[in-house]
Design a protein around this ligand. Structure first.
Ligand SMILES: [Zn+2]
Ligand SMILES: [Zn+2]
Ligand SMILES: [Zn+2]
Length: 275
């Protein structure tokens, strides 16, 4: 089965441009002013999320604070499921924007998250999940727990989404393997038990925050080394800060590694042909 992956957002938690910053990358991310160089639209990075589409199904991984604008840009009219990596604000705060989409799902739009992430989502959006609140237009969502075991499966319309545990600072969070692709945002290290889940990849998407090391995110040099270790056919970096200029950084990367950008679409194989 052929699938399309669309990067809805490729920025770090603060987004690019970063508020209050006038560095060259942030300045280049917005419309140019007289006397300034031409803008670089690929430096405009909203909070990280991807859309996976196959055979008419639409699945999103994470709904950050930019989800509303991202869904408009990507033409999302229906969603079949949402998978969550972890409970940080840049990955969950757009959950409430699922409301109008969820009204199309009967009886509800399924969300999948590990226990820790689910508890965070339930706390932030208490009025959505609490039986005490009968807010009439709350999101019609059902939050399902993903077991924390490596390779735990979420089956969606004939496709297995496998949990790939990754280290994010002191936390273990969820990456996903689906068909020939893997999405590992917010990663500072791989778990050894995740390595078998990352074999034979066509597309590897992973965190590359900036050039300098960071306590909770992989930096460019480390991410390049991880790509070399896992040997996918293609690799794309995401969760990018204003520390990396799109064109200048890509010019230094091997041809099979690229910085992703908002709106980038990739075709890949997501599973066996439907019976
Ligand atoms: Zn993040
Ligand atoms: Zn900046
Ligand atoms: Zn995070």
């Amino acid at each position: 089965m052929q699938a399309t992956l669309t990067f809805l957002g490729t920025g770090t938690s603060m987004g690019v441009p970063t508020l209050g910053c006038d560095c060259a990358v942030c300045v280049s991310a917005v419309a140019s002013s007289p006397g300034l160089p031409a803008p670089s639209p690929h430096n405009r990075r909203t909070r990280p999320s991807v859309l996976v589409r196959w055979e008419g199904h639409n699945v999103v991984i994470d709904t950050g604070p930019d989800f509303h604008a991202q869904a408009i840009a990507a033409g999302i009219h229906r969603l079949d499921a949402v998978l969550y990596t972890h409970g940080h604000a840049d990955h969950v705060l757009g959950m409430d924007d699922l409301r109008p989409l969820s009204f199309h799902n009967s009886p509800s739009l399924p969300l999948y998250a590990d226990e820790q992430t689910a508890l965070t989502i339930e706390r932030i959006f208490n009025y959505t999940f609490s039986s005490d609140h009968q807010y009439p237009t709350r999101a019609r969502v059902a939050l399902h727990r993903i077991p924390t075991t490596p390779g735990a499966e979420v089956e969606l319309f004939g496709v297995q989404f496998l949990r790939v545990p990754v280290t994010h600072g002191r936390q273990t969070i969820t990456g996903f393997r689906f068909g020939s692709a893997a999405y590992l945002t917010d990663l500072s290290d791989l778990h050894p038990e995740s390595l078998p889940l990352l074999a034979d990849l066509d597309i590897l998407i992973l965190d590359a925050l900036r050039r300098e090391p960071h306590p909770t995110h992989s930096h460019l040099e480390k991410s390049i080394a991880l790509v070399e270790q896992l040997a996918p056919r293609r690799a794309f970096f995401t969760h990018i800060s204003h520390g990396l200029d799109h064109d200048a950084t890509n010019a230094t990367l091997p041809p099979h590694m690229r910085l992703a950008y908002d709106g980038l679409q990739l075709a890949f194989e997501i599973g066996p042909e439907a019976a």
